[in-house]
Design a protein around this ligand. Sequence first.
Ligand code: HEC
Ligand code: HEC
Length: 195
Amino acid sequence: MRLGRMENRLRAFALAAVVWSGAAAAQGPSLSERLETCAACHGARGASDMEKIPSLAGQPEFFVMNQLILMREGVRPIEAMRDVVKDLKDADVLALAAHFAKAQPARTAEPVDAARAAAGASLAEKLRCASCHLPTYGGQEQIPRLAGQRIDYMIDAMKAFRDNTRSGADTQMAAVLFGLTDAQIEALAHHASSR
Ligand code: HEC
Ligand code: HEC
């Protein structure tokens, strides 16, 4: 399902409002049981060592909350996470988001290519990545952390934004990456992760 820009925005914010309007008491698996499930793919303590799976540790609370709701509502469907998100209560979403936001930020063990990172740095300046992701690339609100994030995941994510194939994606990133080559996207990922 693809939604228009405004519809997509409104939906995310409306859903967020539902969450904040009063979370129901948690039922079902406990937070620690749920965290064990997350760890199977996203790594122990949210630091991923799995190819193309993002780290969650250190992500802004609102970003994690927003994404989990978009996934649960089928706006950003992720096949691997279908069963994980389908029975998440609003209270679970809040607890998971708070947990990962407080966790020590993750740093990928993938090797950074210095030449590509340098090319990415000048491109990032031109495209003003830091204006949204912050100069630390720590992210804020609905904008994710890039610092330390897996390089392979960010390359895939950016190609999907550019090619408009990431379901439920905010259109800001598609606009930023419009017309970039694969090599430029790879350079940006090496730069962003190594900050
Ligand atoms: C079976 C594997 C699997 C499990 C279990 C799993 N995830 Fe994921 N998750 C993924 C994959 C794969 C992606 C990336 C999908 C993509 O390429 O867009 C993802 C993406 C995410 C994202 C988006 C992050 C970003 O930077 O865009 C969040 C948030 C997330 N998962 C949270 C969770 C939480 C919380 C749990 C536990 C309740 C969990 N996941 C369990 C596989 C999994
Ligand atoms: C106008 C604000 C804005 C600018 C400028 C911007 N971003 Fe983003 N970026 C976002 C938002 C918002 C998201 C979340 C999109 C979503 O989830 O739909 C995002 C998501 C991402 C993601 C996905 C990360 C993840 O964990 O899923 C990557 C990678 C990324 N941006 C890299 C960059 C790079 C590199 C630049 C500079 C070339 C950049 N961004 C510039 C707003 C921005």
